[in-house]
Design a protein around this ligand. Structure first.
Ligand code: UT7
Length: 329
């Protein structure tokens, strides 16, 4: 049996597309207000892709940054794993398109669909490949163009989501010298699959004129039920990932940017201070699989990640699915 290779983070990248949609823009579309959205979610604005952009375009920008930061050439990549629920096409994978556009000629590529847990699922997968000695350099991403799946007449859901991409290059920790992944967990409970759902377009309900007219190809959500699940799950994941370490060792929790109230309630349950938690939902809304890598990149840029200290990632979403990661910077 070969021994496990410790895995670290070599570089990160983040990209938000240029169209900024403020809460006031939504006031013109649905019966809502800036005040309601800020109070109930913490969101002030979100970015939407331009008409010509799709998810692989957002990935490309974030991936180039991560590769530059990692001083890694595309041809050095062995694997690309992309968490997304909004690929360019139903077929083939968005990761395959990205592989070609990057010129990652030696890399395998596939998407994972775990909704808002997509990035942590990609991270867990990429880490496992390197740990098992099956790859040396892996590009992992979380990216979405959710604006394409929003029902702009449903005020309870359309105000929440945004578009964006975050990327990381993983490599053996012996080479990166930072970002060692110490722990990861993934979980699922598919009995809650209808909580956050897109009914149309799959093999259960292939697209028809009628299904499109009914709006079955939009994201629907049972917000209040998700809220309750999210608070408990987020606090449990933070507790599980940081268990056994003194709290002072953790410099930052980087949670899924789902709703500022959910994050606050989860931290309150743990008596965890808000200043040890990174929140940027006010600028991007919920970008599903992209929230954690975008937030981590921004936290790094802002100098919030201290050398030698621990960082906790946690996310949950449709499926239902959830995941957590603990790393030492
Ligand atoms: O990544 C996972 C994806 N899922 C989520 O992010 C969802 C998590 N859930 C949430 O973030 C919250 O449940 C929401 C933000 C979706 C809703 O907040 P809430 O505090 O749970 O509100 P609510 O659903 O209990 O609705 C309260 C009221 C309702 O009106 P009535 O029935 O009391 O008259 C809603 O119709 O607020 C109304 N409402 C709105 N009002 C103004 C719902 N959306 C809006 C809106 N503007 N955009």
């Amino acid at each position: 049996m070969t021994s496990r290779v410790a895995v670290g983070i070599a570089g990160t990248g983040s990209y938000a597309p240029p169209v900024v949609m403020t809460n006031h823009d939504f006031e013109k579309l649905v019966d809502t207000s800036d005040e309601w959205i800020v109070q109930r979610t913490g969101i002030k604005e979100r970015h939407f892709a331009e008409a010509h952009q799709a998810t692989s375009d957002l990935c490309l920008e974030a991936a180039k940054q991560a590769l530059d930061a990692a001083k890694t050439k595309p041809e050095e990549l062995d694997l690309i794993v992309l968490g997304t629920i909004s690929p360019d096409f139903m077929l083939p994978s968005c990761a395959a398109i990205l592989q070609s556009r990057l010129g990652a000629v030696n890399a395998g590529a596939f998407d994972v669909n775990a909704a808002c847990t997509g990035f942590l699922t990609a991270l867990h997968t990429g880490e496992s490949f390197i740990a098992a000695g099956r790859a040396r350099r892996v590009l992992v991403l979380g990216a979405e163009c959710l604006s394409r799946y929003l029902n702009m007449k449903d005020r309870a859901s359309c105000i929440l989501f945004g578009d964006g991409a975050g990327a990381m290059v993983l490599a053996p920790h012996a080479e990166t010298g930072r970002g060692e992944i110490l722990r990861s967990t993934l979980g699922a409970d598919g009995s809650g699959y209808e909580f956050i759902h897109m009914r149309g377009g799959g093999s259960r309900m292939p697209p028809t004129h009628e299904s499109v007219d009914r709006g079955d190809h939009y994201i629907t959500m049972r917000g209040r039920e998700v809220f309750r699940f999210a608070v408990t799950r987020m606090s449990d994941l933070i507790a599980q990932m940081s268990e056994g370490f003194p709290r002072e060792e953790v410099c930052l929790v980087v949670p899924h940017q789902v709703n500022a109230r959910i994050i606050e309630a989860a931290l309150e349950r743990l008596d965890w201070p808000m200043d040890k938690c990174f929140v940027n939902i006010q600028k991007y809304g919920n970008t599903s699989a992209a929230t954690v890598p975008m937030a981590f990149h921004e936290a790094l840029e802002e100098g919030r990640i201290e050398k030698g200290k621990l960082v906790v990632f946690c996310a949950f979403g449709a499926g239902l699915t959830w995941g957590g990661t603990l790393l030492r910077w």
